[in-house]
Design a binder for this molecule. Structure first.
Ligand SMILES: NC(=O)c1ccc[n+]([C@@H]2O[C@H](COP(=O)([O-])OP(=O)(O)OC[C@H]3O[C@@H](n4cnc5c(N)ncnc54)[C@H](OP(=O)(O)O)[C@@H]3O)[C@@H](O)[C@H]2O)c1
Length: 410
């Protein structure tokens, strides 16, 4: 039996969504944690006498320890910030939770913002990292068993996904027909494009939409969803191969900014300006996009990846000119952060999954086959995968495969 007194005690205090993030940051048995309950210990959520059936650790091949990545030092250089732990305990699901054995994990530009502590400045290392994953349910709590069962394929978006196993609140899981990396592209990247363009884009037929980093994880969806709204889509990218990919997904005008002068091309081909910008790059690209806005044009700030590796996380822009530029064109700039639109998330995922399954949407996955050291396999390769993204090499969403090292009986 792998449960000892300490793991039973841990189980008693786990199970609510709120504490999930806390337990990634500190041991729940440490002092300040209890004070949040007004000093009283919480009642047991899971009774071990009946939970064994659902957890099924004893008869299964779920190991007691696993590999995971942990931020040990705040730094936007992922290699400096993060260490691979070989023997982290496999977490135990609470009453409403699923234990998911990961098969694929998604790489995001903001992984280095997270490792630099920019998401929550009050959090101190060590803490878990990684935003999303997809895999099989291998154990679950009693309440979670009302909707889920062992063996199902699920995806989820929650911090701490760079681990072989993750506890996911059942309410946050998305049930999938199978474990395919294409589905993972939708969880964060697809949902960002879908919700931001729906809520802020005001896309109508004939509008001109400029997508920056257009062939990347989220850009590919912004291109395709804008085309579905019958817009004319312009996409920026850094190679001819990426431009070919953009053409293949319907982009009307891919622009390789490495070989073409982007500003000159936009002035020449769109003298009236562009109506909507899906802007992910920041710095000079942001300035250029602002200059390219049409009258009543709108720019959605999705990110500013060109600054993430800087100590501040920012890249300078011509901010003092902004008010005058916006006023002259009655143009607007609005930020979008997926976490603030979670009420739209389920609906977005339903639409995206339907489109992906029916082949209406290309969900391009980059598993690193073309990277210098080959396919991204195992948690060790997350470091390479992040380097690859920051070299601007990826086409589509970067995904790391976690091989199933245990001999599962599922
Ligand atoms: N707001 C939200 O809720 C939300 C959610 C998801 C993602 N995002 C943002 O969306 C953007 C794209 O993220 P992603 O995860 O989907 O990444 P990605 O697009 O798959 O990969 C990043 C791409 O950005 C381009 N890029 C341009 N300048 C770069 C630079 N200086 N350094 C590195 N890459 C550069 C590269 O494409 P080219 O070489 O072709 O330009 C690169 O392939 C990021 O800004 C991210 O923060 C925001």
């Amino acid at each position: 039996m792998r449960f000892n007194t300490k793991s039973s005690a841990l189980l008693r205090c786990w199970g609510s969504r709120f504490w999930r993030s806390r337990r990634q940051q500190q041991c729940p048995l440490e002092g300040p944690f209890w004070s949040c309950f007004g000093g009283a210990r919480p009642r047991p959520i899971l009774d071990m006498s009946y939970s064994r059936h659902f957890l099924d650790f004893q008869g299964s091949s779920i190991p007691s320890s696993m590999k995971k990545l942990v931020v040990t030092k705040l730094n936007s250089n992922f290699r400096e910030a993060v260490a691979l732990r070989q023997d982290a305990p496999v977490p135990l699901p609470g009453d409403g939770d699923l234990l998911v054995r990961k098969r694929f994990i998604g790489i995001n530009a903001s992984d280095i913002n997270y490792s630099a502590g920019r998401y929550d400045t009050s959090v101190k290392p060590p803490f878990d990292v990684g935003f999303e994953g997809i895999g099989d349910v291998v154990a679950l709590g009693l309440s979670a068993s009302a909707r889920y069962t062992v063996g199902q394929a699920v995806a989820y978006m929650a911090p701490g996904s760079f681990a072989e196993y993750t506890v996911v609140p059942a309410k946050q899981a998305v049930l999938l027909p199978s474990v395919k990396p294409e589905f993972l592209t939708l969880m964060l990247s697809g949902a960002t494009a879908y919700i931001s363009l729906k809520e802020l884009g005001e896309l109508t037929e004939g509008k001109k939409v400029l997508v920056t980093a257009a062939s990347g994880g989220t850009g590919q969806f912004a291109v395709q969803l804008s085309k579905k709204a019958k817009c004319h889509v312009i996409g920026t990218c850094s190679s001819d191969e990426k431009a070919d990919f953009l053409k293949s997904i319907g982009c009307d005008h891919p622009i390789n900014y490495k070989t073409e002068n982007l500003g000159a091309v936009l002035r020449r081909d769109y003298p009236e300006g562009v109506d909507v910008v899906y802007e992910s790059v920041g710095g000079k690209m942001f300035d250029l996009a602002v200059n390219s806005l049409a009258t009543k044009g709108r720019l959605i700030v999705i990110g500013f990846i060109s600054g993430y590796q800087n100590p501040t996380g920012l890249q300078p822009i011509k901010a003092e000119m902004l008010p005058a530029k916006l006023l002259k064109k009655s143009a607007s700039i609005q930020g979008f952060f997926l976490n603030h639109y979670l009420s739209e998330y389920k609906m977005a995922m339903q639409h995206l999954l339907t489109m992906c399954e029916s082949g209406e949407l290309v969900c391009e996955v980059d598993l690193g086959d073309m990277s210098p050291e080959g396919k991204f396999t195992g948690l060790e390769s997350v470091f390479r995968a992040i380097d690859y993204m920051y070299m601007g090499k990826n086409i589509g969403k970067i995904v790391v495969e976690l091989p199933n090292s245990v001999n599962s009986k599922l």
